[in-house]
Design a protein around this ligand. Structure first.
Ligand SMILES: *Cc1c(COP(=O)(O)O)cnc(C)c1O
Length: 595
């Protein structure tokens, strides 16, 4: 890598900014393989790809439809362009997993209603939205019937962007047919123009920061040269050639038969893991292992009953062969109203769970958010796995997410099953925390020194019951906060210093200057310029109380500053002052264009 770290003045390497030479050839190759009319390589992550797409498609005062479950880079794109967001709200279930946006929310009537009801309407150039962005798949592995989305959204917008940061492999396996942005073959230009952005480094094999933008032309095509102005605004003039080359290698790995076999391998490994987890759970129940608490094991978030795609009968998940599970999308689609997913009445076939994204459930809550009397918060398990060198992709209140990327082997996931077993053994024999988490017990001896693993779990679960944290989360996300100004104006105020850090308890009635995102679930609770409502304060206060009660287990809340180090005294958020301006361009513009 160091030897290939050459300068842009080596002309035989071509130029990323002009998409010329070997770099241009590699981008053309990627366009062929990924099914685009043209593709661009980006060397600063999909964070930058998203900003390029927004900058290249929308401008000040344009109405845009935004998945509320968007990555922060999309929000940055809003602030940079001065476009006016109209949010599309995804579903949530009781585990706190973010679902798809329901199909009826994408239909023209719902979109028109969302546009007419937003207080930001007065800032819009025109009420016809010019662009929509959807996260596909979600972090938890829920992917859309893209044709249905295109069709519905296409009634109102000419350009649709699918943020596929975690989904670059979808085109290469028939299991995902019709579920990724570039599903349409060339020649059909009657539909909306579709753009996708993919982190090649996340679930394909490229180096960190490698990303791609793909464009499939439709109505209102993208002029490549004009779009490249946006590209150049965000690109470095000294791109890293190793990153560019790794995009090319990833493309070649996916091209032809190897793409199918590599993706199929991950799918089959994930299925084998899922089945093993179910089988182990049944064994434990049969043998009644679990000490005084009765038999328990981790659940797998997946359908328990599947309509056999071959015979048409309902059968147990474990009774369906690995081969059928690995081939038939119908095994993974979320059936309308099925209890396991908790998203209610989704349209048949609209949403599919990607088998390679595996969510494990710890005991304590159901898909409707009903807490049981006993439970094991997932953070404890996650923390234990970390001591074994296993990093959990995302930890929820009672969920653990694992991704089966290319190259995962039976040996690797076998280690995970062993570690989960070890956790169970330690839990069931009341192991002291000094033994399970020596570092934690040392750092907070007075707090944890005398506790056992189940004692801490019980305390955490009791806290959930007492504070009704899952319900508070639900209420905080139930209604969208009211925006008082668009994100770009909030950002202007931030730069001009028209902001003040407020403790969370004093935020109600003020507007946030920044995006606030609790992890999990990783979906913004506040966008810049949105009013802080009581339900949001209550939720953040409960999180803060948890962090105080359980030192060493603090939540990660993006956009929140902490007072003082580990034993912090509280969350603080940058809020807008009462005399903050509400128009872009500040006071000079106010006389001209007070909306
Ligand atoms: C990770 C992520 C991004 C940003 O990608 P990077 O390559 O890390 O810059 C964008 N969108 C979504 C949905 C993501 O999860």
């Amino acid at each position: 890598m160091l030897r290939s770290d050459l300068s842009i003045s080596v002309t035989e390497l071509g130029s990323l900014l002009d998409h010329s030479g070997v770099v241009g050839a590699a981008e053309d190759y990627a366009a062929r393989v990924f099914g685009a009319d043209f593709s661009m390589f980006v060397t600063n992550g999909t964070s930058t790809s998203n900003k390029i797409v927004l900058h290249g498609c929308v401008t000040q005062g344009d109405a845009v439809l935004i998945d509320r479950n968007c990555h922060k880079s999309v929000q940055h794109g809003l602030s940079m362009t001065g476009s006016i967001p109209v949010y599309l709200r995804p579903l949530r279930n009781g585990y706190g997993i973010i679902g798809p946006i329901a199909l009826d929310q994408l239909q023209p009537a719902a979109i028109d209603a969302a546009i007419t009801s937003t207080p930001l309407r007065r800032y819009m150039n025109d009420e016809a939205p010019v662009y929509a962005v959807i996260t596909n798949s979600t972090y938890d592995g829920l992917c859309y019937d893209v044709e249905a989305v295109d069709h519905a959204l296409g009634e109102r917008v000419d350009r649709i962007h699918f943020d596929e940061a975690w989904f670059a492999y979808a085109r290469f396996n028939p299991l995902y047919a019709g579920r990724y942005g570039m599903y349409r073959e060339s020649g059909d230009s009657s539909g909306p123009t579709v753009l996708t952005t993919q982190s090649t480094h996340k679930l394909l094999a490229a180096l960190s920061q490698a990303s791609m933008i793909h464009v499939r032309q439709g109505r209102k095509p993208i002029d490549r040269d004009r779009f490249n102005e946006a590209f150049m605004m965000h690109a470095s003039t000294s791109p890293q050639y190793a990153i560019i080359a790794s995009n090319d290698v990833s493309t070649a790995m996916m091209d032809g038969a190897s793409g199918v076999s590599l993706t199929q391998e991950s799918i089959q490994e994930a299925i084998a893991f899922r089945k093993t987890m179910v089988r182990v759970g049944r064994e434990i129940i049969k043998r009644d292992e679990g000490g005084s608490r009765g038999p328990w094991w981790f659940g797998v978030w997946q359908p328990d009953v599947i309509v056999d795609p071959v015979g048409g009968d309902e059968c147990d998940f474990s009774a369906v062969s690995d081969e059928v599970l690995g081939r038939e999308p119908r095994c993974w689609t979320l059936a309308p109203g099925a209890a396991w997913h908790g998203f209610g009445d989704l349209a048949q076939g609209y949403c599919m769970l990607d088998p390679i994204k595996v969510t494990l459930l710890t005991p304590g809550i159901d898909s409707l958010g009903e807490l049981a009397t006993w439970g094991i918060p997932a953070e404890l398990v996650s923390r234990f796995l970390e001591t074994r060198g296993i990093v959990v992709e995302k930890t929820g209140d009672y969920t653990l997410l694992f991704l089966f990327s290319i190259g995962i082997t039976r040996g690797k996931w076998g280690t995970l099953v062993d570690a989960l077993f070890d956790f169970k053994t330690l839990y069931d024999r009341d192991a002291p925390l000094r033994e399970v988490f020596p570092d934690l017990a040392r750092a907070h001896g007075d707090r944890y020194g005398a506790l056992t693993l189940p004692m801490l779990g019980d305390e955490m679960h009791a806290f959930m019951l007492e504070t009704e944290l899952p319900r508070k989360l639900e209420r905080a996300y139930e209604t969208l906060p009211e925006p008082v100004m668009p994100p770009d104006v909030a950002y202007e105020n931030l730069v001009r210093g028209k902001v003040r850090m407020l403790p969370v308890g004093e935020m109600a009635g003020h507007a946030s200057a920044v995006m606030v995102v609790p992890y999990p679930p990783g979906i913004p609770i506040l966008m810049p310029g949105e009013n802080v409502e009581a339900a949001i304060v209550e939720y953040l206060e409960a999180l803060q109380a948890f962090d105080r009660r359980f030192p060493g287990f603090a939540h990660h809340v993006l956009g929140v500053a902490l007072d003082g180090g580990e034993r912090h005294s509280g969350y603080r958020v940058s809020c807008l002052l009462d005399d903050a301006t509400t128009v872009a361009g500040g006071s000079a513009a106010a006389g001209r264009s007070e909306p």
